[in-house]
Design a protein around this ligand. Structure first.
Ligand SMILES: NC(=O)c1ccc[n+]([C@@H]2O[C@H](COP(=O)([O-])OP(=O)(O)OC[C@H]3O[C@@H](n4cnc5c(N)ncnc54)[C@H](O)[C@@H]3O)[C@@H](O)[C@H]2O)c1
Length: 389
């Protein structure tokens, strides 16, 4: 029997991920849900299924088994609790929530209901990341010592909702963007993060964090160095032959486009232009993998560089280029993992506890920057576990 999936939140995230769900052989897309009539109309037209205005209407009027939850961060917890209460499985977008208490309540609700709670997609699922993690785990290149993740984008100057520019509501580059780098390096290092030291910066009219750098220390002795800026000036896709985040070709001449668009039209209009509301579609299959800036992994016996096609292994005897097969459609692996989790009982790559730990590292970055000290993410756990886990 297939998995009947509804989509809550028909915005940009949904545009990027719904095609993979719709293409997965064991998933049937049955409905959407969004308070915005234009988003509902665009989704219904694109996917030929109805869309409800509220989560309550969805629960009351549609037969479904699971949801892909792509509403804004601040609704993830309430929507997950509503779904778990109705015994529905949940694939929730990153970050899984804004606060750790919310994240813990989501884990507990799914555990009580006996339902799947999977967090994703994030770039931690990208096939080259998976391939590097498998190579490291095989022992063939020795233990991982140092991971360098570096990304300069236009994130802060793409059209944003007010909450996306308000740190207290999960805005800024930490919860939305650091999460990707954290998932990537955690997957590769395969060890708990014991300490975080970070700096964050925000210095213009978009009054939230627009840049950060962080050192993550892992229990196995590895360290990761994450650096990110979303100020729409330098673009680090230049280092990857102008292959963008979605794996498609990017024009170097497009520099400044994000700021120019914001200056030209109303931000709400510009935001809608990237969603179902305006008939936006994902760019679909491209020649390269989805990716998130540069990632270099120094192991005891080789350096691994993630590339748009896979990874390059720099060893003592030269460089070996490994092509990682492209999925049939971007994010196919996420849709397949969700179907396996619900229908076959397979463990999910990133479950609720994984999502909570990545969120704790985001909060450790914010706290370390604020207080100018090392922060142990598990310092943040007791408040969660005593109260809700
Ligand atoms: N994994 C990725 O590549 C990726 C990319 C983009 C966004 N996201 C994630 O997706 C989530 C949504 O971000 P976005 O960029 O799509 O935002 P968005 O503003 O483009 O879309 C959000 C949608 O949710 C709808 N919405 C608002 N309140 C709702 C409610 N109560 N119930 C149902 N729908 C509601 C809005 O009307 C809008 O259509 C965020 O958590 C974000 O981090 C992930």
């Amino acid at each position: 029997m297939g998995l009947r999936v509804a989509v809550i939140g028909l915005g940009r995230g949904a545009v990027l991920t719904v095609p993979a769900l719709a293409a997965q052989a064991r998933i049937e897309l049955v409905a959407g849900c969004d308070p915005d009539p234009a988003a509902r109309a665009g989704f219904a037209a694109r996917h030929g299924v109805p869309a409800c205005e509220t989560v309550e209407a969805l629960l009351a009027g549609v037969d479904f088994d699971a949801v892909y939850l792509a509403s804004p961060h601040e609704f993830h917890a309430a929507h997950t609790l509503a779904m778990a209460g109705a015994a529905k499985h949940v694939l929730v977008e990153k970050p899984m929530a804004v606060t750790l208490v919310e994240a813990a309540s989501m884990i507990r609700a799914a555990e009580t209901a006996g339902t799947v709670l999977m967090v994703g997609p994030s770039h931690g699922y990208d096939p080259p990341v998976e391939a590097a993690a498998a190579l490291v785990a095989s022992g063939a290149v020795g233990g991982v010592r140092l991971i360098h993740a570096f990304n300069y984008t236009d994130f802060l100057y793409r059209p944003r909702r007010p909450a996306e520019l308000d740190t207290a509501r999960g805005g800024g580059v930490i919860l939305s963007q650091a999460t990707h780098q954290i998932d990537m390096v955690r997957r590769i290092a395969a060890s708990p993060v014991t300490s975080v030291r970070a700096w964050t910066g925000g210095w213009d009219a978009r009054a939230t964090e627009g840049a950060f750098t962080a050192l993550l220390f892992f229990a196995n002795g590895a360290v990761a160095n994450l650096t990110y800026s979303g100020y729409a000036r330098y673009d680090s896709d230049a280092l990857a032959g102008w292959v963008g985040e979605m794996g498609g070709a990017k024009s170097p001449a497009a520099h400044g486009q994000a700021r120019a668009l914001l200056a030209a039209i109303d931000e709400r209009q510009a935001k809608a232009a990237r969603t179902f509301a305006a008939g936006a579609v994902s760019s679909g299959a491209s020649k390269h993998h989805e990716r998130f800036g540069s990632v270099l992994i120094t192991c005891e016996q080789a350096d691994l560089a993630l590339t748009p096609s896979g990874l390059d292994i720099h060893a003592d005897d030269g460089v070996r280029r490994v092509a990682v097969p492209l999925p049939s459609i971007p994010r196919a692996g996420v849709a397949e993992a969700f179907a396996h989790a619900v229908l076959d009982g397979w463990p999910v790559p990133f479950d609720g506890r994984w999502g909570l730990e990545s969120l704790a590292i985001c909060h450790a970055i914010l706290l370390s920057a604020r207080e100018g000290r090392d922060v142990t993410p598990s310092e943040l756990f007791p408040k969660v576990s005593e109260r809700t886990l």
